[in-house]
Design a protein around this ligand. Structure first.
Ligand code: AMP
Length: 120
């Protein structure tokens, strides 16, 4: 599958649609999820064109990879969820119902986020 430059997060990165930005640096960008599932629900994405964690881990530079994970920790701290805890999650592909085909890490917090996986 090729990266789709018209996915919604690519448009956010290009400034074509607005977002509620939290933080950015050379390699990463963080913003609030538009449809929060918990009181704190943030998204951290690489600026590079990576579809999912598979693509990212195989093709991103060491700097991009470390930057993404350091940004997750930094954003969680800035949002005040570090002490009580939070969950990070990344959906990869169809069985995980990945909607946006640009790698993103969700940060859920601000409450007890419940069981690890809801089976239906
Ligand atoms: P996923 O199912 O892991 O692909 O999650 C995609 C997430 O992107 C969902 O939680 C959406 O609410 C969120 N989302 C979609 N469009 C936007 C947007 N314009 N700004 C912020 N978050 C968005």
């Amino acid at each position: 599958m090729a990266y789709d430059k018209n996915n919604i997060f690519a448009k956010i990165l290009r400034g074509e649609i607005p977002c509620n930005k939290i933080y950015e640096n050379e390699h990463t960008f963080a913003f609030h999820d538009v449809n929060p599932q918990t009181p704190i629900h943030a998204l951290v994405i690489p600026k590079g064109e990576y579809i999912s964690m598979i693509d990212f881990s195989e093709n991103a530079s060491e700097t991009e990879i470390s930057s993404l994970f350091k940004t997750v920790t930094k954003v969680a701290r800035e949002l005040g969820v570090e002490n009580n805890g939070y969950r990070i999650l990344s959906n990869i592909g169809d069985d995980a119902n990945q909607e946006v085909k640009h790698l993103h890490i969700h940060i859920f917090g601000g409450c007890n986020v419940g069981a690890m996986i809801c089976r239906r």
